[in-house]
Structure formats: C-alpha cells, structure tokens
Ligand binder design. Structure first.
Ligand SMILES: Cc1cc2nc3c(=O)[nH]c(=O)nc-3n(C[C@H](O)[C@H](O)[C@H](O)COP(=O)(O)OP(=O)(O)OC[C@H]3O[C@@H](n4cnc5c(N)ncnc54)[C@H](O)[C@@H]3O)c2cc1C
Length: 379
C-alpha cells in the first residue's frame, strides 16, 4: 500500500496520479475539510498547466487573471508585464476539489486524522492510535514537520502572515490584473485580488519587526501603514475578513532536500517537504505539483526515492537558488535601493527575474507527454 501524508496540492496530485495508474493509495489529511492557508494564492502558469491536467482548468479555478507585476518600495512604484499569465485564486476551493478528484480516482482519503510519528527506519506510521506499515510513504505535510521525519533544515527568521480584506472600489480597480509586491524594512507584502471584492494580503516579516509590534496583528498593520503610504491607500476603508491572521513561523526558505545514501529508499518528500522557494516568486505551488508528478512517475517505474529526489533537485535547484539570491540582494540595505533604481530604469528586468524563478521549461516538457498524462519521464 502507498500512504500519502498530507492532502495539500502535492499530496493530492501525487495520490491522483498513482490511483489513476491503478495503485492502491491511502491519503491522510489532518483537517476534516480544506482550510485557508498561509499563501499569497498566486497560481503561476506552470501550476495552472498541472491543475488543468488534474481536472481543474482556469475556467473552473475561478479567481482573477494576473498579467502585471507592481513593485513598490518607499514612495516609488515600478510596473511591468509578467512573462506569463498567472491567476489569483482562493486556495481553499482548489485544495478541496483536488481531494474530491482523489476520492473519485479511487484514493482512500482519511480526513481529520493527523499522522503523529513516522519511524522512517522500517517505515511505520502512527495515526489515530493505529500503526501502519506502508510499502511506500509519500510525505507531503507541507510547512509542518512530522515527528521522526522532520526536514533537515534550519528555520528561517521570517514569519508569514495572511488575511483577506474587502477593499474599497478604488484599490480594487487598481489591482485588476496586477499582483503587488511591497518591500519594506524587515520584510515584504504581496497583495492581489483572489475573489470578487476580496484581496489576499500576505506578509513576510522578520521576527524583530513583529516583536516591535508587540506580536499583535493590528499594531503591525497600523505601523506598516504609517510608514508605507501605498499600503495605507490600499487598506483605506478596507475590512479585515478573518478574525485572526493565519501565521507560520520559521519557514526554511531556500531548503532543497539533498538525497543521501542513508535516506530510506521508500520515503518520498514532496512539495514544501522537499523544496521551499521564496514566496515572492509565487511558484511554491508549481514546485509542489511538479514534485507530485515526478514522484508518482518514480513510484510507478519502481525507481528509488533517491532517484526521484535527485531529479527534483536537478530540476529546481537553480530556480530556488536564484530566488534566494534575489531576496538577499533586494533586502540588502545598500544593494536593494540600487537594484530597485535599476529596475525602475529597465522594467523589463522584472519580467526577466520572474522568468528566472519558474520551474524550467525542459523539466516541464518531460512531464507533458500525452501518453503519460500527469506523469513525467525520469532521466
Ligand atoms: C507567506 C507565503 C506566501 C506564499 N505565496 C505563494 C503564492 O502566492 N503562490 C505559490 O505558488 N506559492 C506560495 N507559497 C508557497 C505555497 O503555499 C506552498 O509551496 C504550497 O502550499 C506547498 O504545497 P504542499 O502540498 O507541499 O503543502 P500544503 O499546501 O501546506 O499542504 C500540506 C497538507 O498536509 C496536512 N498535514 C500537515 N501535517 C500533517 C500530519 N501530521 N498528518 C496529516 N496531514 C498533515 C496539512 O493540513 C495540509 O493540508 C507561499 C508560502 C508562504 C509561506
């Protein structure tokens, strides 16, 4: 039996591909129903292509098309076309639909149960007082570590926070077709429309910035609006739609699982458990879906987890590296303003940077064979 831990996009997509290839798959998801997650909800072109093959074309995804990037720093703004069409989509519906497709494909989905522990030596999994011994384990628990199989990654300093806002008419029309990245001392914010009238505001802030605000969301937002007039104008007369923001701390941005001879041969890490790209790229979902297609292909071919992890690493390492380097450079006190000034002179560099931080076309092409829908050929 193949056991998938986690029913986010990575786990659900992999389970669907395996079940459609005739494998017996059980998926365990700790939430009883899909929930909102800390995510900017920018669905890139690569992610849309994978979702289309899973039965969720853009017309069914809903949300809003996004074709332009607006970068804001201090009082200055640069706008540039994106080299592809993205989409702002509330993810809860997407995650729920993928789990429905999994069930329809024959996956046994057990919701509302958390895997408490994994013993990766002989692969045993503790869930709901039961101990399971799957032949193959797919670990797709996203941002959350499971005891016994935590990522060998150093937690980062940034805290991710997200809420939904109903915006006034003016800011809404300014955001049509746009995703905004607002840079500030100690972090950045992403803002885009995801549903009619509803905007997703996601922040990544240094722990120290949050501490200065007394670890309070209203104080943090008020402080940011005082120092960033652009954000203040966007949130003018806006209503916060969540009682509390969603939050996640210690994300190991830049993490990319390095396969090791001592790794258990049947433990496949997917999505954020395998690679964590800087969130401003809006490509974490694409990597999650790419990892799902690769892992399913490897499992069906009888290849080891090490072969899969090596392939994933080869496919996305430059993308993850460039995103980390860009983040480092843009947030550096001296280099950041210089790069911003350069981008203001040559806005086309923004489109180039967006293209550099995508899953490479060659890697996608290996996964787009009509003969193996949803699966990849391994090198
Ligand atoms: C601030 C921020 C903004 C981002 N913005 C974007 C963006 O705009 N676009 C983009 O493409 N990416 C973005 N990302 C990245 C994106 O959210 C992730 O890469 C993506 O969600 C990874 O999918 P996944 O399936 O690996 O994990 P998840 O979507 O996190 O799913 C994991 C699932 O596992 C379940 N689970 C966890 N532990 C257990 C357990 N013990 N037992 C059973 N189930 C368990 C969870 O409930 C969850 O449903 C952002 C990330 C952050 C932090």
């Amino acid at each position: 039996m193949i056991l998938v831990v986690g029913g986010g996009p990575a786990g659900a997509a992999c389970a669907i591909a395996l079940a459609q290839a005739g494998r017996a798959v059980t998926l365990i998801e700790r939430e009883p129903a899909a929930t909102d997650k800390v995510c900017g909800e920018f669905v890139s072109a690569e992610a849309q292509a994978y979702l289309t093959r899973l039965g969720l074309p853009p017309a069914l995804l809903g949300g809003q098309p996004i074709t332009r990037l607006r970068l804001v720093r201090g009082g200055r703004t640069i706008t540039a076309p994106l080299p592809f069409a993205g989409r702002g989509v509330r993810r809860r519906g997407v995650d729920e639909t993928l789990l429905d497709v999994a069930e329809q494909s024959g996956v046994r989905v057990r919701r509302g149960q958390a895997v408490r522990r994994i013993d990766s030596g002989g692969i045993s999994v503790e869930v709901g007082g039961e101990v399971l011994h799957p032949a193959t384990l797919v670990l797709a628990s996203g941002k959350h570590e499971v005891r016994g199989a935590a990522r060998p990654a150093r937690p980062g300093r940034l805290v991710g926070l997200k809420s939904y806002f109903s915006l006034a008419a003016g800011p809404q029309s300014e955001l049509v077709q746009h995703v905004e990245l607002i840079m500030f001392r100690g972090g950045y914010a992403g803002l885009q429309m995801v549903e009619d009238g509803l905007a997703n505001l996601s922040l990544l802030v240094d722990k120290a910035v949050l501490r200065e605000a007394g670890n309070k969301w209203p104080a943090l937002l008020a402080g940011l609006q005082r120092t960033i007039p652009h954000l203040a104008s966007r949130l003018d007369k806006a209503a916060d739609r969540l009682p509390e923001p969603l939050a996640i701390a210690g994300m190991p941005f830049g993490f990319l699982h390095r396969p090791h001879a001592a790794d258990p041969p049947d433990l496949f890490r997917l999505g954020d458990q395998a690679a964590v790209i800087q969130s401003f790229t809006g490509d974490g979902l694409a990597i999650a879906l790419h990892s799902a297609a690769l892992a399913a292909a490897a499992i069906i071919a009888g290849a080891s987890a090490q072969t899969y992890h090596q392939q994933l690493r080869t496919d996305v390492r430059w993308q993850v590296f460039r995103a980390g380097a860009l983040h480092h450079a843009l947030s550096a006190p001296l280099l950041g303003p210089v790069l911003f000034a350069g981008a203001a002179l040559w806005p086309a560099t923004l489109a180039r940077a967006a293209a550099w931080t995508r899953v490479p076309e060659a890697a996608l092409a290996r996964c787009q064979s009509q003969a193996r829908p949803g699966l990849c050929s391994l090198r």
